[in-house]
Every structure is written in structure tokens, then in C-alpha cells.
Design a binder for this molecule. Structure first.
Ligand SMILES: Nc1nc2c(c(=O)[nH]1)N[C@H]1C(S)=C(S)[C@@H](COP(=O)(O)O)O[C@H]1N2
Ligand SMILES: [Mo]
Length: 319
């Protein structure tokens, strides 16, 4: 139905950042054949937790962008994850101590079959696909990132949403012991985000379990996060522990802290400025100091796929 999916004709080694690919794959060599045969070596309780273990079952399919990928180094060191501090370098500095296994993701609310999923459940649900998505931060920068995961809809279908399930609320981990940012009242903790059910069921909305051929670094939202590429980056909640299907539109952490600045939809839109700055252009991280700014596209360039979700809606009003 959605024609974004296509077979990659070039080998893995060429489509991932060469150096990262090499250094991350060397770990594979060290593990031995037995470990490689496991469906998800890093998630298994038997395997010693190592911060970067390779992912198995990467399908040859690829979604999206042919633009130059942001390097793994930028993807994993220039982050927003306010639980660990507001500086872009804070998440990398502090997040690795956060325990990410075992992990439970509870799904409840307006569903026929509420249940909890551990990492092995999530990894076994569907084979992982690599999807190269643009991520556009509301602050005016962007990246092009090869995520690993599958459509969020595959997970939501497991619990059978009822007819009353109109919205999907994502609640993320709050671990005061590991998250120094929780001491500051900059946001309502835990960090929450929400989507309308049809947005959440759209195949582009992705459950992210890895990046650049391996598990997510903690600073990118390990072990499981959302990636909603047509919306500003803050909608892509990291380190999710609970999903609730609800009837009424929930308020997200950003809506609660600054309602006049952050609306529910947060679709990328160059024509609707943030109250304090323009959204017309963006700076591609890693492009170099003298690279010209890029023109931001409506729905971050994913309009062909998602515009129909908003037909008849005034995008300046519902922003
Ligand atoms: N739990 C949580 N999720 C979060 C955030 C956060 O502060 N806490 N920041 C958001 C913002 S503003 C952005 S731009 C993206 C950044 O994702 P990345 O660091 O993997 O590029 O994560 C989003 N998800
Ligand atoms: Mo962001």
C-alpha cells in the first residue's frame, strides 16, 4: 500500500557509515557463532549486558531517505534527552548508567488484551527493518538516521484496541537514581507524548529498537522508543515503559509546560513559526559550519504519505 518500501540494492557495508559499521561489527566477531544465532543476543538475560551488541534479522528493506546519513558519532553524541540534562552532550555523558534490561513495556487502557512486553517479545514480534528517516528538531536542526525497528501498528495490533481508543499515550522511564534531570522542574516527569490513533497506526510511525545496525545507545532512547518522522523530534518519546490507549486527547509534557508554544500535533511545518522563532529552515547536523541551511519541508518531506491524516484540518490552528 505504501510505496516507500523498496529493496536495497547495495550491501549493508556501503549503506551504513563505514567506520561505525566496522567498529560495531567487530563485536560480532568476539561473540562466537552461538551468540550470533540468538534472535536478539543483547536482549537475552543469558548474555552479559554489553552496551553495543549487534542486531540479528536486519531485513534488506529500507525506508525513506537517500540523503547523506548523519554520522553515528553525531547521532549518538548530540542529543535531547532532558531526563539527563538540557545540554546536548549530557545524554551521552549520563545515560549509559541507566539499566535498560530487563525492560517491561506495559500496554493498557482501551484494549481487549492488555499485556506487558519484554525486550525479547518486542524483538520477536516482527523482523527489524532499517528505515532511514529525517528527524527534525523543533530547535531548528535535523539529522538523517538509519533506525532499526518496525511499524508501531504491529505492536498496537497485539493488544486489540477497542472502538473507544482514540489516542495513544506514551509514558517514558523516570529513574531518579540515574536521571539527574528529574530534579529540575523543566518538564512534567515522566516525559509523556501522545498521538491520535490513526497517526499511531500509520505505517511510517516506527517503534525503534536500534540504530546503525545495532541496539540503541542509551542516549538515543534504549531499549525502545518512538520515531514519528513527520513531526518535530520531541514527539519521538525515548525509553518507553507504558502505552495507554485512551478516549480523550491527552496533554503531553511539552503541552503542560508551555501550552502556547507546543500543540498536540507538532507536525513539521515551515509556514507555522514557533512563537519565538521561524521554522522555515533547518541546519543539518554534521554538514559543516559553512553549509547553507536547508529549507524545511511540510511534514518533514513525508506529506505524500501522511497529509491525508489531516485533510480538512487547518494546520496553522492544529499545530
Ligand atoms: N524521554 C524523552 N524522550 C525524548 C526527549 C526527552 O527529553 N525525553 N527529547 C525529544 C527531542 S526534543 C528530540 S529532538 C528527540 C531526539 O532524539 P535523538 O537524540 O535520538 O536524535 O528525542 C525526543 N524524545
Ligand atoms: Mo527536539
Amino acid at each position: 500500500m505504501y510505496l516507500l518500501k523498496y529493496k536495497a540494492s547495495i550491501p549493508d557495508s556501503e549503506i551504513t557509515d563505514e567506520q561505525v559499521w566496522r567498529s560495531r561489527r567487530t563485536l560480532l566477531g568476539g561473540l562466537g557463532a552461538g551468540a550470533i544465532a540468538l534472535a536478539a543476543p543483547w536482549a537475552s538475560t543469558r548474555a552479559a549486558p554489553s552496551p553495543e551488541q549487534p542486531l540479528k534479522h536486519i531485513s534488506p528493506e529500507q525506508w525513506g531517505s537517500s540523503e547523506t546519513r548523519t554520522s553515528f558519532s553525531d547521532v549518538s553524541s548530540y542529543n535531547n534527552f532532558y531526563e539527563f540534562g538540557t545540554d546536548k552532550a549530557d545524554p551521552k555523558r549520563h545515560a549509559s548508567k541507566m539499566p535498560t534490561r530487563p525492560w517491561q513495556l506495559q500496554i493498557e487502557g482501551e484494549v481487549l488484551k492488555p499485556r506487558s512486553f519484554d525486550l525479547d517479545d518486542l524483538l520477536a514480534l516482527q523482523s527489524l527493518e532499517e528505515r532511514v528517516y529525517r528527524l527534525r528538531c523543533v530547535e531548528g536542526w535535523s539529522m538523517v538516521i538509519p533506525w532499526l525497528g518496525y511499524s508501531l501498528s504491529a505492536l498496537l495490533k497485539q493488544v486489540e484496541p477497542t472502538a473507544n481508543a482514540k489516542y495513544v499515550l506514551f509514558e517514558t522511564a523516570a529513574m531518579p537514581k540515574y536521571m539527574p534531570g528529574l530534579r529540575s522542574p523543566i518538564l512534567n516527569w515522566p516525559y509523556t507524548e501522545a498521538l491520535r490513533i490513526d497517526e499511531a497506526m500509520h505505517p511510517l510511525a516506527m517503534l525503534g529498537l536500534g540504530v546503525y545496525g545495532a541496539e540503541l545507545p542509551a542516549q538515543n532512547g534504549a531499549p525502545v522508543r518512538l520515531i514519528v518522522p513527520w513531526k518535530y523530534g520531541f514527539k519521538s518519546a525515548k525509553s518507553i515503559v507504558r502505552i495507554q490507549l485512551v478516549e480523550k486527547m491527552p496533554a503531553s509534557s511539552w503541552m503542560l509546560v508551555a501550552p502556547h508554544e507546543y500543540g498536540f500535533y507538532a507536525n513539521v511545518n515551515p509556514d507555522v513559526p514557533h512563537p519565538r522563532w521561524s521554522q522555515a529552515t533547518e541546519r543539518r547536523i554534521g554538514a559543516g559550519l559553512f553549509a547553507p541551511r536547508i529549507e524545511t519541508q511540510l511534514f518533514n518531506g513525508y506529506g505524500t504519505e501522511v497529509a491525508a491524516l489531516y485533510s480538512g484540518m487547518d494546520l496553522a490552528r492544529f499545530c
